[in-house]
Ligand binder design. Structure first.
Ligand code: GLN
Length: 287
């Protein structure tokens, strides 16, 4: 079932072209650092240790324990019928961490949790890296460090056919589903005057929209298009200028510059050789 845009090609072709135009309607691999938001990138930082000290205990953990929230297709989701990239887990981010771990010579262990538990898991050391289509924000940067960005997206407004909502301005007084703690929640909370309905999973918000319980859902563009596939009466508005471009990156505990530098080196290689784009195409074909 298709509405405004072809779901299958959304993240890969349309969005990549849009990224080139810097309007990124659907989301795209971050070929170059996007215009916003700013991230303090230690990619070129000198090794963290004093030069007198050999590499220390090691910048790398023994195993890569990855905190994620597998409710965010096409980046991370649980496959019902098996055949995921890593056991039951599949998605662009899952393939990305596998490739990253291979570059770093580490094993991967996925730790699936609520989205708002990811940063606490990183801060407390329960996981080594967090990846979940996570946007770099000023506030998150106060708690964790981020890798170089690997994807660019924007918020989409999902509406039912016949809706009088054509953009953010029309959301005033409307019941709008957002996922708690996501950047869509942050953006709409800042606007005010919108009756925000909080959900833990995008799929639940979209079900309620389809059943007429709410008027719209605001969520990241690539995920919006995956979630509405199969709902003939839902479509996504991707081009509202009220929403800024968002950069996805991997988060790690603060202060381990050497670890971030190693992640950045491996990640940049995956970006440069087109691997992330290829993962997106593979996942698209499986979804
Ligand atoms: N990019 C959004 C954020 O960082 C949503 C992430 C997600 O749902 N996994 O808040």
């Amino acid at each position: 079932m298709k509405r405004k845009l072809s779901t299958a090609k959304c993240t890969l072709i349309t969005a990549f072209l849009l990224l080139l135009l810097l309007t990124a309607a659907c989301g795209a691999p971050a070929a170059a650092p996007p215009a916003s938001p700013p991230a303090e990138q230690p990619a070129d930082a000198e090794p963290a240790g004093d030069s007198g000290e050999p590499d220390g205990p090691s910048a790398l953990p023994e195993k890569l324990i990855v905190a994620t929230n597998a409710e965010f297709p096409p980046f991370e989701f649980i496959t019902e019928q098996g055949g995921g990239a890593l056991g039951e887990y599949d998605g662009v981010d899952i393939m990305l961490v596998q490739a990253l771990a291979a570059e770093l010579g580490l094993e991967v262990e996925i730790s699936n949790m609520d989205f708002d538990a990811i940063i606490p898991a990183i801060v407390s050391g329960k996981a080594n890296i967090g990846i979940a289509g996570m946007t770099v924000t000023e506030e998150r940067l106060t708690n964790v460090d981020f890798s170089v960005p690997y994807w660019v997206a924007v918020q989409s407004i999902i509406v039912p056919s016949g809706s009088d909502i054509a953009g953010v301005d029309d959301l005033q007084g409307k019941k709008v589903g957002i996922i708690t703690g996501f950047t869509g929640d942050i953006a709409l909370s800042a606007i005010g005057g919108i009756d925000l309905q909080h959900y833990k999973k995008g799929v639940d918000a979209v079900m309620d929209l389809n059943n007429g319980r709410i008027d719209a859902v605001v969520i990241d563009s690539p995920t919006a298009h995956k979630l509405i596939a199969g709902f003939a009466d839902l479509s996504a508005i991707d081009d509202d200028p009220a929403f800024e471009l968002e950069s996805y990156a991997i988060c790690v505990a603060k202060g381990n510059e050497e670890f971030v530098a190693k992640i950045n080196e491996a990640l940049q290689k995956l970006i440069d050789d087109g691997a992330i784009e290829a993962f997106a195409a593979e996942v698209d074909a499986r979804l």
